[in-house]
Design a protein around this ligand. Structure first.
Ligand SMILES: *Cc1c(COP(=O)(O)O)cnc(C)c1O
Length: 400
């Protein structure tokens, strides 16, 4: 470990970076390589590479069993999964979504010419504030998409109530929440349907991939048709569809990842505890809490930097960490409403999103997962502690 004793030891002032190799947020977790290669060999022997192959079917069954949900439909990625559910639920007009989410949540709507209406979040949970929804409902509103950001479930019960009261469809982008629970029940069982992403950067990955889960038989049937061009058997198209199929090689990776699920969660939880210890007592630096009474995957280590206490702002801290080869990230800066095309469509959206605006200036994500060691974490924590203690500000940076 490289100890930073003087301010000039920081890499941003010309010191040696704390890490030789860059540490990334969302570095893929790789399960049992031999099992994966074995599966890929089987797949090649079978000469069945896509179109509802054996691995896709097995993957769907395993995921459904794990979540205790009736139907699981594997698809090529989480974004297509969102688009399929939105279309199958016949959402149109306007749909209420948080701006504090990955851009795909909003794009999946706009792609189908549905207007995402951005709703503010609860600064404690970082998820949709149900009490801000009603004032956004218009005669054009057809649904609500909640996002379980960082694996923290939305205020599902109140969202349900508001959706029912106004006859709106409710679905969830659960991309962050695989393996998480709400009141002891696995995420995947709420709303009309929930969507998970198994993109390479998620803690369980299938290279690219995603699933739609639902307890609704009719919706399941419809989405299965839609993801395969509307084909019902050979030569028989009975519905409008697209190509959303998950390839076998992705299912092979998905199955292999699932076999390491408990191990990955354990590693993430351990890393979380190491960060918790290492960051304890640093003024203005708080770690997003983990509810120990529920299941959590801890795939994101989320800090909030309160500049009034740290005296170092979040963006500078990110810059300092990058120079030490810690590639910390500012998720979901600057918020969907400040990205195109939404920024042009709704230039004043921020006025209704004060908590989103504040939070997107404060959040910083640190690396975790199986590629990050305990020593790495204590080194990262020491850097943050050192920077805050020495109040490295932008003006100090320009003097040196
Ligand atoms: C990753 C992610 C998606 C998109 O999933 P892809 O599989 O990359 O298409 C959507 N929403 C959220 C919140 C995500 O984190």
């Amino acid at each position: 470990m490289i100890k930073k004793t003087y301010v000039k030891d920081l890499a941003i002032f010309g010191g040696i970076p704390a890490f030789d190799e860059k540490l990334y947020v969302g570095r893929p977790n790789i399960g049992n390589r031999d099992r994966l290669l074995e599966r890929i060999n089987d797949m090649l022997d079978r000469r069945w590479l896509s179109n509802n192959g054996a691995f896709v079917q097995e993957f769907e069954q395993r995921v459904a069993d794990y979540l205790g949900v009736k139907h699981c439909i594997a698809v090529c990625n989480g974004t297509i999964a969102l688009e399929l559910v939105i279309r199958a639920l016949e959402l149109k007009g306007e749909v209420i979504v948080p701006s504090f989410t990955f851009i795909a949540t909003a794009h999946a709507l706009q792609w189908q010419e549905i207007t995402p209406v951005f709703c503010d979040i609860d600064p404690k949970t970082h998820t949709l504030n149900p009490w801000r929804i009603e004032s956004l409902i218009t005669p054009r509103t057809t649904g609500i998409i909640g996002v379980h950001v960082w694996g923290q479930p939305c205020d599902i019960d109140n969202l349900r109530e508001i959706a029912d009261k106004h006859h709106l469809k409710l679905m969830f982008d659960a991309s962050h929440a695989f393996g998480c629970s709400h009141n002891g029940r696995m995420i995947g069982n709420f709303g009309s349907a929930e969507v998970f992403s198994f993109h390479a950067t998620k803690f369980i990955n299938s290279f690219e991939g995603g699933v739609i889960v639902t307890n609704d038989d009719e919706l399941n049937q419809k989405i299965r048709l839609m993801k395969n061009f509307g084909f019902s058997g050979f030569d028989n198209v009975i519905y409008l569809g697209t190509n959303g199929k998950m390839p076998e090689v992705s299912a092979a990776m998905g199955l292999t990842s699932l076999e390491s699920l408990e191990e990955f969660i354990k590693v993430n939880q351990h890393n979380y505890k190491c960060y918790q210890e290492g960051l304890a007592g640093i003024p203005g630096v708080s770690l997003f809490p983990m509810d120990v009474s529920e299941k959590r995957n801890c795939q994101y280590v989320v800090l909030e930097i309160d500049e009034s206490q740290t005296m170092v702002n979040r963006d500078l801290l990110v810059k300092i960490l990058h120079s030490e080869n810690v590639i910390a990230r500012r998720y979901f800066y600057p918020g969907c409403h400040r990205m195109e095309p939404y920024r042009s469509y709704f230039p004043h959206a921020g006025l209704l999103l004060p908590e989103t605006e504040k939070l997107s200036q404060k959040v910083l994500i640190l690396p975790t997962g199986t590629s990050v060691s305990e020593t790495d974490i204590s080194q990262i924590c020491q850097i943050i502690q050192f920077v805050v203690k020495n109040q490295i500000t932008n003006s100090k940076l320009s003097i040196n």
